[in-house]
Write a protein that binds this ligand. Structure first.
Ligand code: SF4
Length: 348
């Protein structure tokens, strides 16, 4: 929200001033900056919300990056509350039993301290219920994203970046399930009526990496004006947890969180991307080299070149950032996109 409402860039320096470098995650720096500056976009929508509410405990999982650990550590100190964490393997090619076992154990080990902090006993039936709802949400979210394989696609990556909200913050509730049932039926109607998200869709593009939140609308309009639909992304797919199984909660959670794209080695990522390219009938790939997130930037070690060689599909690397708009040149972005679209036109 800080990024999409374009206030992040001004808040980042406040976090830099207390020791968080401009090079680290700009979700972290803009959020901590907002806290220090006592602003939040939430108070515009909800009068009662003035700041981050005081937590009783903070829990992180390093599967996506170490930045989340540092981020939670800041608030643990600020609010003097306990900090618990799960430390996961990174750069995994094939997921093996040892990965799952160790992470499942770490998740289970949270029960004891959480019981003490909350004063409540662990309720396995409740966990199973939440996990079953989480899987339903994940399955529906996957079906929503998969509708973009239709030509023309009924939604874009930019729509997906907004629509993924319930899968991120309401996963495990009936509301999220209801939301995606409704959305899916609307998208199916659009497919039936051949209503594309981009009028006269001509090019289909895959977006790898983080969105540039402060430019969602501008980028959505730019691509649409070139008759290009960004049909799919690794980012929106990050909230698909197909492995959840309420009958084996700890192992299945460990597996689901380890199977995520961001946790995997380049070899596994490339295999996945090739499947996506085929499924979504993509004409080209854009890699976002996000200045403050090396964890979700995949273009720095030769992946675009390797995939181009194998798939013969053109690709483009764009420089920018998820939240820090100082790292983006709008003119350069537009020029690069136009040249890329010309290239796609040439290869049609
Ligand atoms: S994966 Fe990237 S954007 Fe997400 S929290 Fe980690 S550093 Fe930030």
């Amino acid at each position: 929200m800080l990024g999409a409402s374009r206030i992040a860039t001004d808040l980042i320096p406040y976090a830099n001033a207390v020791g968080y470098s401009p090079e680290v995650c700009s979700y972290l720096t803009s959020d901590i900056g907002a806290y220090l500056k006592k602003v939040t976009p939430l108070s515009k929508a909800y009068e009662g919300i003035k700041s981050i509410p005081k937590p009783d405990v903070l829990v992180f999982n390093t599967n996506q990056c170490r930045d989340v650990q540092d981020w939670m550590r800041f608030y643990a100190k600020e609010f003097s509350v306990p900090l618990l964490g799960i430390y996961t393997y990174r750069n995994i090619n094939e997921i093996e039993g040892i990965h799952v076992k160790s992470i499942a154990q770490q998740i289970e080990n949270l029960i004891d301290p959480l019981e003490k902090i909350s004063g409540n006993s662990f309720d396995k039936m409740e966990l199973k219920k939440v996990l079953a709802l989480s899987r339903k949400c994940s399955e529906l979210w996957k079906k929503v994203l998969d509708t973009a394989s239709a030509s023309p696609s009924p939604l874009t990556f930019f729509d997906g970046s907004i629509q993924m909200g319930p899968a991120v913050v309401l996963r495990g509730t009936q509301q999220a399930v209801d939301y995606y049932n409704l959305l899916l039926s609307e998208l199916k109607d659009r497919i039936k009526n051949k209503e594309g998200a981009v009028v006269d869709e001509r090019f289909r593009i895959y977006w790898d990496g983080m969105p540039i939140w402060g430019r969602l609308r501008a980028h959505s309009e730019l691509f649409a004006s070139r008759k290009a639909c960004v049909v799919a992304s690794t980012y929106c797919n990050s909230w698909i947890f197909s492995d959840f199984n309420e009958n084996d909660p700890f192992n299945s959670m460990a597996k689901a969180y380890t199977a995520l794209f961001i946790v995997r080695a380049d070899e596994a990522k490339e295999k996945y991307l090739k499947k996506m390219i085929e499924f979504f009938k993509v004409d080209g790939i854009i890699y976002h080299d996000s200045k403050s997130c090396s964890n979700n930037t995949n273009s720095r070690y030769g992946m675009p070149q390797r995939l181009e060689e194998e798939t013969r599909l053109p690709s483009l690397v764009v420089n920018g950032d998820l939240n820090d708009l100082r790292c983006l040149s709008d003119e350069q972005f537009k020029t690069n996109i136009d040249a890329f679209i010309e290239q796609l036109e040439g290869s049609k």
